[in-house]
Design a protein. Structure first.
Length: 248
């Protein structure tokens, strides 16, 4: 199968995940770029941030038009994560790739297990506390910068489990967080991975943006708790694969 076809297929999957689940873009894009398209881990994380930033901004627009974005909560959550994301990104550049891959898989697996074992009912709504939102955002920012991901696979569980947003609101709001955190981490990582293969990155990004619209329509057709379980199962599967690869 040609590289272009692989890039288009992988991009479609990433875009569908971001549009439907509000996260999972980087956690799927990074292994796709490494294992399918031959990128180095450093180049894959940088390219992933570019892809996810563009796709998340598109998906954010589609969810905002449906009223699924909690702007105040998302802005506070994202702003608190910017300094930790930039500091952690600088630290990650000095650590071995295998260690980062293992950490990536472990954190993703823990987030998935939390969502599977501690589901929030669709009709449960808790008031959002600014201090709690800022604390969760700062923690997420640090992990985002360290692992080179947009953070949606952690933002959604945090917005649901810690801040008490409904699943659809968490999905829409997480896209705001992903866009901001990805841009912050990208400013630190740009240039550190060397030249990127734009013949792969560009079609990957284009396919992801187009698929994000379909993902949004899919999310509207599936109940929130079901989306939560799908998100967790996909995340757990990818985490198991990456952890197995890292410890070989």
């Amino acid at each position: 199968m040609s590289t272009l076809v692989l890039a288009l297929l992988a991009g479609a999957v990433v875009g569908m995940a971001l549009g439907a689940l509000g996260g999972g873009g980087s956690v799927l894009a990074v292994p796709a770029l490494i294992y399918l398209l031959g990128f180095t881990p450093a180049a894959a994380t940088t390219a992933s941030l570019i892809i996810v930033t563009a796709t998340s901004a598109t998906a954010l627009y589609t969810h905002a038009t449906s009223g699924n974005v909690r702007w105040r909560t998302g802005a506070l959550f994202a702003a608190a994560g910017i300094p930790p994301a930039m500091a952690a990104a600088a630290l990650a550049a000095r650590l071995p790739g295998q260690l980062l891959t293992a950490a990536f898989a472990a954190v993703a697996g823990l987030a998935a297990l939390r969502m599977l074992t501690s589901p929030v009912p669709e009709d449960e709504v808790r008031p959002v506390r600014p201090v709690r939102a800022a604390g969760a955002g700062a923690s997420l920012g640090a992990v985002t910068g360290f692992l080179g991901v947009g953070g949606g696979f952690l933002a959604v569980p945090a917005l649901v489990g810690v801040l008490g947003l409904r699943m659809r609101a968490a999905i829409g709001t997480s896209l705001l967080v992903i866009t901001v955190n990805s841009l912050a981490a990208l400013t630190v990582r740009t240039g550190g991975a060397g030249p990127l293969d734009w013949a792969v990155v560009a079609p990957f990004t284009g396919a992801a943006i187009l698929a994000a619209w379909d993902g949004k329509r899919l999310s509207a057709a599936i109940k929130g708790p079901t989306l939560q379980r799908i998100f967790a199962v996909v995340l757990l599967s990818v985490a198991a694969f990456m952890l197995t690869d890292a410890i070989r």
